[in-house]
Design a protein. Sequence first.
Length: 119
Amino acid sequence: MKTERMWHKVMKEFPKDAPADAIESTAKTLEGISFEPVLLMKTPGFLRMGRLELEREIERVHQMTVKEMMAEGFAENANFNEFKAKHIQLLIYYYNLLCRLRTDDPMAWDLVNELYEDD
């Protein structure tokens, strides 16, 4: 319950979605450098998610059953609530980064470039 309140509060603080062309252009650039956010569960289309899609994804993860978690590859004795909370935390972190990239925040691009291009 504490995690749920936290992500609701954080979601309210995110800016409105960037224009569709900025979302698409950022996603294509990130795909071009093979950028993959480090998430614990499959999250198709993450690079193109808007705020509403992210809210839906967080709710989906929050509502996942033990059977669904095991289908994701988690062991039967795993602490599912801990994994859900960590995955949601990662979704929020990377969505925040995406928001910054979509507005051409130079510090955000520096971070990505440092990790993916400057080898």
